[in-house]
Design a protein around this ligand. Structure first.
Ligand code: FAD
Length: 397
């Protein structure tokens, strides 16, 4: 696999960096299906764009369009499919928020013994050297290749017998691309509770085939692992997706636009034409995130703020709690707040008091959803392949 070793791209924490990285990677997306499963130094065979896509420094549509400019659809189908896994997971979780609540409950139910054992694995002291290397890579860089995430999660659940939710929480803390939907549902899939009866088992021969240079000490721990049979405690009851606007209706009300971490390029959406009287950004300091993740977010937020200030011709106020948002709106005499709808996950949980606070202060709330989410989310009713069958029709024409 020597030909796919090339230097690690610089971290893409601004929209310009992400677009440049996308340009470089688009040229090789026709090789992605063949190369993507290999874990190689520098990870040059995968895009490493997930933090930028997750925070929407760039959109999935931009990523897909760029790949399709470089190559015909059949040549890049696998790449496009992977990009749309995020929409699938997000849509699935939006319709089943009980699965997120269950994850939070599972964490709070973990015992002291489980927490102590978890710490030996997360700090790279499990005795299985290849897994310990992944543990350190995650702590040092905030990134793991997809195959490494699958192996590590499987080792955690099926070899170490640790609670899947505790591992998922560790990923949420350290991954720069941490995403409530992709992460929770991937962990559930490895655990065998997402697709019932189907778990993912790490195997030594699979690592030997796909890892360019695995450390072999403790490899025997990966032999003959029996799958744990776990029960799904989550409610999978699905709710109807709320009908949201994609373009903000014009209004004579004094309007504020609030940016947040789940969409850091609002000025490229239908909200580009909004002329707000005030511009703000919500930046809550999640105690549960690593230094690497916090630093990346600070850079990405600074970039988003600069672009939004230039586009909307306002300076951007920073807010750290729902209460601060209300105080800012009152100071600015605002009667209507516009923001992108937060997805199921930590941001939505943190902002949950906002709608009541706004109502009691006589301020209207307009939440907007990107058109691609409105189109794709309802397709995530069951498994990925029925979703893909519908979602990919527009590329086949
Ligand atoms: C246990 C586990 C936990 C995970 N947690 C997260 C997470 O918190 N956040 C996250 O973004 N992804 C998560 N993933 C999915 C996947 O591993 C990453 O999206 C991918 O490795 C990101 O690297 P990349 O940008 O180089 O991907 P590439 O291989 O270059 O893929 C291109 C893009 O497609 C999307 N993508 C690719 N694979 C997946 C996938 N399986 N699910 C969803 N989107 C995908 C990403 O946006 C990615 O940037 C997890 C996977 C597993 C097995």
């Amino acid at each position: 696999m020597q030909d796919i070793l090339f230097p690690q791209p610089s971290p893409t924490a601004t929209r310009a960096e992400a677009l440049a990285q996308l340009d470089i990677f688009a040229a090789r997306t026709h090789r992605y299906a063949r190369e993507r499963n290999f874990v190689v130094a520098g990870h040059g065979n995968v895009s490493q764009l997930s933090p930028a896509i997750q925070h929407r420094l760039i959109s999935q549509n931009e990523v897909i369009d760029r790949a399709l400019q470089a190559h015909p659809f059949p040549a890049v189908e696998k790449f496009v499919q992977e990009v749309l896994w995020r929409s699938y997971w997000k849509g699935w979780l939006e319709m089943r928020p009980g699965v997120w609540t269950d994850y939070l409950q599972q964490i709070s139910a973990c015992s002291e013994d489980e927490l102590a054992k978890a710490a030996t694995v997360t700090t790279g002291r499990s005795g299985c050297a290849v897994m310990d290397d992944f543990s350190r890579e995650l702590l040092d860089t905030g990134y793991l290749h997809n195959h490494a995430r699958m192996w590590w999660a499987s080792f955690w659940i099926h070899q170490q017998g640790l609670p899947w939710a505790l591992g998922a929480q560790h990923f949420m803390k350290h991954l720069i691309d941490a995403d409530a939907a992709s992460n929770t549902l991937s962990w559930r899939w490895v655990a065998g509770i997402q697709t019932m009866g189907k778990s993912y088992l790490v195997r030594r021969d699979n690592i030997e085939r796909y890892h360019h240079d695995p450390a072999v000490e403790g490899f025997a721990m990966l032999e003959n692992i029996a799958p744990r049979l776990l029960t799904d405690t989550a409610s999978r009851a699905s709710i109807a997706l709320p009908t949201l606007t994609e373009e903000c209706p014009s209004s004579l009300q004094r309007t504020a636009l609030l940016l947040h971490e789940e969409d850091l390029s609002v000025e490229t959406t239908a909200l580009a034409s909004l002329t707000p009287q005030a511009l703000g950004m919500f930046h809550f300091s999640d105690q549960n995130q690593s230094q690497a993740r916090a630093e990346w977010r600070d850079r990405a937020f600074a970039d988003a703020r600069k672009r939004a200030e230039k586009h909307y011709l306002h300076s951007c106020a920073m807010m750290h709690s729902p209460q601060e948002i209300i105080e800012w709106l009152k100071r600015e005499n605002i009667t209507r707040l516009v923001m992108m709808q937060p997805f199921v996950g930590p941001l939505r949980d943190t902002l949950s008091p906002l709608s009541t606070l706004l109502k009691s202060n006589g301020i209207e709330l307009v939440t907007v959803r990107r058109r691609e989410d409105t189109e794709l989310f309802p397709m995530a009713k069951s498994g990925f392949f029925p979703f893909w069958e519908k979602a990919s029709r527009r590329f086949q024409a």
